[in-house]
Design a protein around this ligand. Sequence first.
Ligand code: FE2
Length: 510
Amino acid sequence: MKKTHIKLFAVIILIVAVLTSCATTTSSGYQLPKKNVTVSLGISTATMRNGEQRTFTPTFKNTDTPPQLIWSSSDESILKVDQNGTVTAYNTTSGSLTANITASIADNPNMRSICTITVLSSTQAHFITAGPGQDASTQAVISWHSPDPTSTLQYTDANKSDFTNSLTLDGEPTLSEWADLSYIYRYRVELDDLQPGSTYNYRIMLSDGTYSEISTFRTAGTDGTFSFAWLSDVHAATAESMGNITTILNYEREKTDISFCLFTGDMVNQGKRYSYWESWNDSGLLSDMTYAFVIGNHEYYPNKTAEFATPSFYLDYVAIPKNNGDSAPADYWFLYNNVLFICLDTMAGEFASSEIPNPALEKQAKWFEDVIAENEGRYTFIIVAQHYAFLDGDVEGTGFYSFWYPYFDKYCVDLALSSDTHIYSRSKTLNNNKVSEKGTVYMTSPISEGKALDEIINRPEALGERSAFNAVEKKLMGGSYVEVTPNSLTVRVIGKDGNEYDSVTIPAHR
Ligand SMILES: [Fe+2]
């Protein structure tokens, strides 16, 4: 053979060798390139407790026989993993620790799957959250989580320099189960007999005698004057999304004295995934602000398949008053200074939407009327809040505006706040679904997360002359705050740049 023939022969042999090693043959004899075998751990983030063991069961693509895996840990002092995929977590510090485990395919280590695991210390209080009690001038609700089965709340007037004369309340631990954490104890205590218009310091004492960082909450005053933040839709997944809401809240705090934050839903992307709530925990936002969290549809999601579940995990997180009634699980109300807030569980009506009349909405409405009757004479304004957009959402059949507006007309609800569309909008004052001098202003919050808008379901043209402002063109990202006086409510909407984009003043008419 000539040299060129030898070269050609060698090339042919090489091609044949490559094709036979990386190809599959179809019934017609045509050879397809072979796809790489891939591995997936199924989740990219998880939470474990100190001492907990968990075995990962990876899945594979492009093979019928599971390939051999090599398991490794980025830090063996936090996560040990054996070659069967069983991970043991260690954390004897007082805070959380994080490390990764990796499963790589032995004969192709570039094919791998990584899971970042947050390990909770045995003596650590997590998600320490304060919310208003039903009478927010004298009552508050505090909630926290801990792997520690014995922990205690201490609270004291913030004017006292230490906790020497603090009051102590034992929390009743209940087991709370999550999609990515086997269990954790959840504590909830209700505080009574507080002083109106006061700031309190509080902390959690763990069974080993250590304490959490000090947090603060505030009770409502009684003089008819206060401001609150109204934010929504952060879908917390990253430090960046929490950074955006922090920026907006800080702008609002520069402009006025914010007493608490009303958050109208979608705090997290998947409610049952503990790792999403970690973003709230790590943001620092919870330690010096009281939150009235209103449930969104995302709080009902157990995982990314977006099937709805019960909101038990949401109720395990937030510090809200119990509704004491035969209503949807996350319905609640509170009286803050001169305003009656009624917060609706947005999914109640949707679950029963095929039934006419809708039994869940009927129940909610009965509860709504009972709450108003119970508080007769105690308020100047009524603000109703739910996640699904009342007016804009009506086009999609989610907000149940047609169901609710006769009730809002009947009881002269001043403001109906909602979100979900991610587009800021405001209606004119409406009564009987028509523009009117007296009635209800319907508002839909801008998204506070700062990511590109991916869903636009409100249509200003569908609202016609009922629409007063719609930010669909501006793609506004931001939040709002509401200034309350004995004579008026003023809502101011600010962008992520700190500029004011809209405002409306609603005079008192009671
Ligand atoms: Fe959302």
